[in-house]
Design a binder for this molecule. Structure first.
Ligand SMILES: *Cc1c(COP(=O)(O)O)cnc(C)c1O
Length: 219
């Protein structure tokens, strides 16, 4: 048995969902969302072989992972302030939350300076929720074109967080449609409660926290 039955279970569920959708399970990556988790919860998942982790705060991620960064892929999945762009570009392999022009410009400047480019996803606010980050669906095509054309950024994927009170399927379908018409190949969608649905709608990575590590301490 592996060090983490929870990891085994989530990986098996991803694989089953992929096969049921006629997809290769190898085409769906698991991003283990370690934010706000105690090290005792993370350690078994790392020991069981998980190497891809997601964090939603730059500072917290650096504190948790700096000393054991080698061999890992780390993704920023939370909002990025422009005054943290230097650290984020230096530290993360993937930034999934590009959501405004000012940030595109800051990322482009920093990539130039550091000669190092994290892979980028544009966050789309599929539910058009005022409290949520992300580009409105109607503005996504123009924003992606601008990020590529004006700022020379490579947009590898799209990311969304559907509204909690709605069935997620239509949001995942919308994100997949926007990606397809913009020639974007990666789809970051699905969390603990809905990752199997996301796989059915074409997710290439799912972001799973509590199903792997247990409930987070409430802030
Ligand atoms: C916290 C978080 C997750 C993980 O949520 P769970 O429901 O615990 O799986 C996924 N994506 C984002 C953007 C998050 O902030």
């Amino acid at each position: 048995m592996s060090a983490s039955p929870a990891l085994d279970d989530v990986l098996a569920r991803i694989a089953a969902a992929a096969r049921a959708a006629g997809r290769d399970p190898a085409d769906v990556a698991l991003v283990a969302v370690s934010k706000q988790q105690p090290w005792e919860a993370i350690e078994p998942v790392l020991a069981a072989g998980q190497r891809l982790f997601g964090e939603n705060r730059v500072q917290e991620a650096m504190e948790r992972w700096s000393e054991r960064r080698a061999g890992l892929e780390l993704r920023l999945i939370g909002p990025l302030q422009t005054n943290k762009v230097r650290e984020a570009v230096g530290f993360f392999d993937v930034i999934e939350t590009l959501d405004r022009e000012r940030l595109a410009k800051a990322l482009a400047d920093e990539v130039q300076k550091q000669g190092k480019a994290p892979r980028l996803h544009v966050q789309v606010n599929t539910g058009e929720e005022p409290q949520k980050a992300g580009i409105a669906p109607a503005d996504a095509d123009a924003f992606i074109a601008e990020a590529r054309g004006n700022y020379g950024l490579t947009i590898e994927g799209l990311m969304c967080i559907p509204p909690e009170a709605e069935p997620p399927g239509p949001h995942f379908a919308l994100l997949a449609k926007i990606a397809a018409r913009n020639g974007v190949s990666k789809l970051s969608m699905g969390m603990s409660g809905d990752f199997e649905t996301a796989v059915r709608f074409g997710a290439t990575s799912v972001r799973v926290g509590s199903a792997l590590f247990g409930a987070r301490a409430r802030p």
